[in-house]
Design a protein around this ligand. Structure first.
Ligand code: NAD
Ligand code: MG
Length: 395
């Protein structure tokens, strides 16, 4: 028998929804017999991070929250696990020699460590879509120069990745991103005006982190995914379609110039996409629910309503304008999301803020370095915060 050395992996954001699912997949695929866990990172959830690090016998555990350093150190000192904190700690985690890195930090906080891992040539399993939305071609260039693979984890992009036959690339016509429509799919704008954080975060089909759940309700998550798709699959904006499909059974589709459409289906469970990213180009057996077609009553489809969900229109605008508009949309959306969760602004105000920030910053010179991306991100965030303050006062 041929013995291969275990694959060395790091999970950036191991305590989150994608992170815990990744550890579950790793355990299902043999755990420490097949994988060596280099680094795990979290933020505030020290107890969970420490127990994950102990169970996985990780080399390094990192909390992004510097004030939690001592607590993490205390929890792990007797286990021979190195501990670090803050942005330098995240850098340390990304720099460890892992072959495969799951990028599952939520938001722009994940950009720098993911770039670091990509630059040294790790294969990147990308859940943290914000990396591509804000840094676009510069992110792709970093992956290319590093020499590792970039494998999508977002369910829609994993679906497209699984359906897109590169040997038919010349006859690729369109990609069709499915969207559940979220909890407010049938709401009028008037009904959406007063929705609470609790109702907005309650996704009908997927169990996910807070940011992506709120983004599903506003469809800003789909907006980010449209931009993510442009970079991942090198398609023109007009080749990217969005269709609302409330059952979330078809995860996305690819259409060719002969009229053929190839779809990927499954129950809504991120572990299938995570497993595919972990063992690509192979598939691995996973204990997830199977689709039972006899119980699937129906699959529905409807066009997204851009007057109720302006995020889709704003993504098209960002795609048309190009340059730093993705970074600006992403940063403004993150600031608006935080303000909504803190109950400083109302649900529909999120899109107003993003649109105003995008319009104000539409003249930025396209980025030539990652520093330009961070500068645009900061400028968009500052402007969003000023608008949020003004709107909070006005309310
Ligand atoms: P989550 O909120 O459940 O977890 C986020 C992780 O990032 C946690 O480990 C947290 O400790 C860490 N984190 C938070 N703030 C941080 C900071 N400032 N610095 C460093 N680390 C920080 O999020 P999630 O739902 O797992 O999503 C992670 C990423 O995957 C997001 O980009 C999201 O859009 C994407 N994604 C998630 C799903 C899903 O089903 N959850 C599906 C598709 C894509
Ligand atoms: Mg998705």
């Amino acid at each position: 028998t041929v013995t291969t050395s275990p694959r060395r992996i790091t999970i950036l954001g191991s305590t989150g929804s994608i992170g815990t699912n990744t550890l579950d997949v790793v355990a299902q695929l043999g755990g420490s017999a097949n994988f060596e866990i280099m680094a795990l990172t979290g933020n505030g959830n020290i107890e969970l991070l420490a127990s994950q690090a102990i169970a996985a016998r990780a080399k390094l555990a990192v909390t992004a929250d510097e004030s939690q350093y001592i607590a993490l150190k205390d929890a792990l000192s007797s286990h021979g696990i190195d501990v670090a904190a803050g942005t330098s700690g995240l850098q340390e985690a990304a720099s460890l020699e892992a072959d495969w890195v799951m990028a599952a930090i939520a938001g722009t906080a994940g950009l720098q460590p993911t770039l670091t891992a990509a630059a040294r040539g790790a294969d990147i399993a990308l859940a943290n879509k914000e990396c591509l939305v804000s840094a676009g071609d510069l992110f792709l260039d970093t992956v290319k120069q590093g020499g590792g693979k970039l494998i999508p984890v977002d369910s829609e992009h994993s679906a497209i990745f699984q359906c897109l036959d590169e040997s038919h690339r010349d006859t690729l016509e369109r990609i069709v991103l499915t969207a559940s429509g979220g909890p407010f799919r049938t709401f009028s704008r008037a009904q959406m005006a007063d929705v609470s954080v609790q109702t907005a975060r309650a996704h009908p089909n997927w169990s996910m982190g807070l940011k992506v759940s709120i983004g599903s309700a506003s469809m800003f998550n789909k907006a980010l995914e449209m931009i993510e798709a442009k970079y991942l699959f090198d398609v023109r904006p007009e080749q990217i379609e969005v269709i609302v499909h409330p059952q979330s059974i078809i995860h996305s589709m690819v259409g060719y110039t002969d009229g053929s459409v190839i779809a990927q289906l499954g129950v809504p469970d991120m572990r299938t996409a995570i497993g595919y990213a972990l063992t690509y180009p192979k598939r691995s057996p996973l204990n997830v629910d199977r689709l039972d077609f006899t119980k699937l009553a129906r699959l529905d489809f409807e066009a997204p309503d851009e007057s109720r969900f302006p995020a889709i229109r704003l993504a098209r605008t960002a795609l048309e304008r190009g340059g730093l508009q993705g970074a600006v949309l992403n940063a403004a959306d993150e600031a608006a999301f935080e303000a909504f969760v803190d109950e400083k602004i109302r649900f529909l105000t999120m899109a107003d803020i993003v649109e105003e920030v995008m319009d104000t910053l539409s003249g930025l010179t396209p980025a030539t370095s990652i520093a330009d991306v961070f500068a645009a991100d900061a400028e968009a965030r500052n402007l969003a915060h000023r608008l949020i303050k003004a709107k909070t006062r006005a309310a």
